[in-house]
Ligand binder design. Structure first.
Ligand code: UDP
Length: 247
């Protein structure tokens, strides 16, 4: 059963369990997909029903970011741990490398996916980079043909949210891959174009602050976090009143 946080259902799994589930999905036919909503995406789902449906249809919904973890805790139904999308995928790549599996990288500005692929191939010997394509295209057809010709097991779709979630849902039946994951800016991180916060910032759950200091134009997006927490507290209060009403 999924854990509801403002209408978005999250799978209550640890990082280890998420990786196991992903590997099991990769073994079964059909293009399943993984999404990793953060508070900003949860808020978008509240206003955009197509985004909400794309998230709900995913085979695995992972809590990306400490905001979702706090939200679930405030609601009285805690999730086991934060499962950051970029880290989750690295764990999956390590498993794929051991099995000689094939990865396709879709998204980001021209050249970024290529660099990310070269770096990942060096980091995970045995992992096969089946192909890559930038995320700025207007016609899906040729891009999908290219992905299908590459014969990949796992496809990263990094087009930003909620575009990537909608893209995966709309095209899953045309794609000959085993698993997809919508991972936002992860290709920029893997390519070394954007730096992840140092580990101590990550441990202190301040990754969002580090990103904001480096990219101040993200302020509008970061301000979704307090808005999200206010909505969570509102939902908690409504649930408490509803329970009191029944007793
Ligand atoms: N992007 C893309 N195609 C688009 C719009 C965005 O490939 O039409 C890429 C963009 O270049 C960036 C990623 O999607 O690499 C989104 O990054 P962002 O930092 O916004 O994602 P987050 O991780 O915050 O969701």
């Amino acid at each position: 059963m999924r854990t509801d946080v403002l209408g978005v259902g999250f799978d209550p799994v640890t990082m280890d369990e998420a990786v196991e589930r992903a590997m099991a999905l990769m073994d079964r036919p059909g293009a399943d997909y993984v999404v990793t909503p953060n508070p900003e995406i949860v808020m978008i789902c509240g206003e955009d029903s197509a985004a909400a449906e794309a998230v709900a249809d995913a085979s695995l919904v992972l809590p990306d970011g400490i905001g979702v973890i706090y939200g679930a805790r405030i609601l009285g139904r805690p999730l086991p741990e934060k499962v950051t999308g970029a880290d989750f995928a690295l764990r999956v790549f390590a498993r794929m490398a051991g099995e000689g599996r094939r990865l396709y990288l879709l998204g980001a500005k021209p050249g970024v996916a290529q660099t990310a692929g070269e770096r990942l191939a060096r980091q995970f010997p045995g992992l096969v980079i089946a192909g890559c394509h930038d995320g700025y295209f207007s016609d899906d057809g040729p891009v999908i043909d290219g992905i299908n010709a590459a014969g990949a097991d796992f496809l990263l779709v990094c087009l930003g949210a909620p575009k990537q979630e909608k893209w995966m849902r709309a095209n899953r039946d045309r794609l000959n891959v085993r698993l997809m994951a919508g991972l936002g800016g992860s290709l920029d991180v893997y390519a070394g174009a954007v730096r992840r916060a140092p580990e101590v910032w990550q441990r202190l759950n301040l990754e969002w602050l580090y990103r904001l200091i480096r990219e101040p134009r993200r302020i509008g997006r970061v301000m979704k976090l307090p808005e999200f927490l206010v909505c969570v507290i509102g939902q908690r209060a409504r649930e408490l009143f509803a329970r009191l009403g029944k007793e």
